[in-house]
Ligand binder design. Sequence first.
Ligand code: PSU
Ligand code: MN
Length: 314
Amino acid sequence: MSWMNEFVLSEEVHEALNAHAPVVALESTIISHGMPFPQNLEVARSVEDAVRENGAVPATIAIVHGRIAVGLSSDQLEHFAQAKGVMKCSRRDLPYAITQQLNGATTVAATMIIAEMAGIDVFATGGIGGVHRGAELSFDISADLNEFAHTSVAVISAGAKAILDIPKTLEYLETWGVPVIGYRTKHFPAFYSRSSGIELPKTLDSAHDIAAFIHEKKRLNLKGGVLVANPIPEEFEIPADAIEPHIAQAIEMAASNGIQGKELTPYLLRTLNEVTQGRSQVANEQLVLHNARLAASIAVELANIKKKRSFIAL
Ligand code: PSU
Ligand code: MN
């Protein structure tokens, strides 16, 4: 296929996919636009290590000089952590970054698209994009949400940051038939806090059960993603009432500086980091690691289920 020319797999990822071994996709916008340097580089590396320690192969996804890269080298990771001119790429931006031979960091939406192309079922991140507060006026709804309606990848996240309107985000996912599964929780987590107070209709308590759910959804040919909501570990939690004034401040600053469109999420993340004097960064790092570990376990279970099923089919 012609797009194969633009598609580069790292050796480690290539081997794993050929062997039907467990692989976990990782996004690059969180590195280039979601965290400050040098913490972003440390997180990118330790997240890859956490995936390996839990039995899967990490595949960090980005556009490197116009080529779709699945699995980055250590130098490439460093480039995406440091470089200033990296384009934030969501679904609509991919053809531009490729034809203009740019470096592009992929959002949740774009990473899901590329993971599906590569045959990767499981993807770990921190938080997903969603319906922004005030969306009834701004119409700002992340393309991440629509991606879940179409692209069959399971995303392990710590819920959504409270910079978003969480009830509206969940309504949107419900409309598009996207399953949201709480991992060992009955409540949708709010990133820094273990609970947003909103109850979820589905809870599963093991990586195996989540893998079985993902497998059954595919078997029924129900296209679209699965959102697995994994609350931040208790010891790193920042209570909702402690973070809320900072979020309100960040949103106010964005409004008074006229920040909108694709700049809004990175601006809010950066400002939140500044106004909490880095306190939020530690929580952020820990929850991404926590998600990477769970994602790896789910990928391992899913690979086992697929192996057993194909054995039975023989
Ligand atoms: N939320 C976070 N951290 C992030 C992002 C969201 O807590 O790094 C990034 C993800 O890459 C997500 C993107 O896909 O922001 C959403 O951007 P937008 O709202 O412009 O669609
Ligand atoms: Mn937006």
